[in-house]
Write a protein that binds this ligand. Sequence first.
Ligand code: ADP
Ligand code: MG
Length: 353
Amino acid sequence: MFKTKSVCLSLMLAALVPLAGCGGEQVKPAEVLRVSGQTMGTFYQLTVPADYKGGKEQLEKDARAQFQTVIDAISTFDKGSEISRFNQRDSTEPMQISTYLAHVIEEVNRQALRIGGATEISIQPLVNLWGFGPDGRPVKVPSAEEIAAARQYVGMDKYAVRYIGGSAFLEKKDPRVQLDLSTVGEGLGVDLLAQLLDEKKVENYLVSIAGAIRSRGLNPEGKPWRVGIVNPVDPDGQPFAVVCPQQEAMSTSGSYRNYFTDDNGRRYSHIIDPKSGQPISHHTVSVTVIGRNALMTDALDTGLMVLGADEALAWGDAHETAVYTIEMQDGKPVGRHNRYFEKYLKCTAPSGR
Ligand code: ADP
Ligand code: MG
């Protein structure tokens, strides 16, 4: 495990924590703008150079416009979003959707297929059944019959994206099929923020929404941006590991914040194994993935959580992908990473700096 004692913190409710500089640096820190707030039921944080055109107000406005694009497409809490309208439909007729949503569905499924379908966006009927959906909180463990009934509408073959005359359409094979893209909401948000900042030629930034981050360039002290992976047994304390995902996206899926406990004290996570219809119950509590964009890493981290640490690390090795896991062993969190993650734990500046 990476030692984090000397790290200065700016904490928030997330699986990842952007880390502020610690002062005492030789280099005069650059002036920066920091904007933070709430979106999609969680928290976001942006750090960009102070010369952002229009200043803090404009940055916040620009960020909110990007978040709204994601919310309009995939929010299950907003009943007017594209996905909510699709879920409420009592028809198998194709529904016209934005090319943005079509692309998101296709890309998540492309990633999901790489990990054997462990990320499954038609999971919504099971998510609702277990009480993690937009309409309720978990109250009871469903029966085997209820789980089997919900599983009938879960699977990549239960819906399809089609293109007709340049327009995108989404259709379900049964009116009871419902999609849940909430697991990639954070990743989509930071990808759109990064795209916006890249278009504006902003050379140094760190953007994060809960468990997903994107960065570019260097931090205000001229050093690599550092991000903390949250300690699952002390989410508001010191980070469990410090990572420098230079120029790349990183996201973490964790099972330690959103769960319910039954009368016997057994914990049920909000992450559900589509094969069994059951919430995951193994000892892996956090999986972090680094990759070229946050839609990809956010689609992978959830499924790799379903598979558990051993399989997640082996999959990362086989697919040249950086993976970091945390498992509970004898009540203590234990971190492991694969060889592709190694370089991100060494927070050295890029050569020539
Ligand atoms: P985390 O809290 O670890 O960041 P997310 O919030 O990104 O996780 O995703 C968890 C949500 O994804 C659940 O609340 C549920 O709506 C949905 N979900 C649960 N299991 C799966 C799965 N196997 N594949 C896709 N989505 C899932
Ligand atoms: Mg995810």
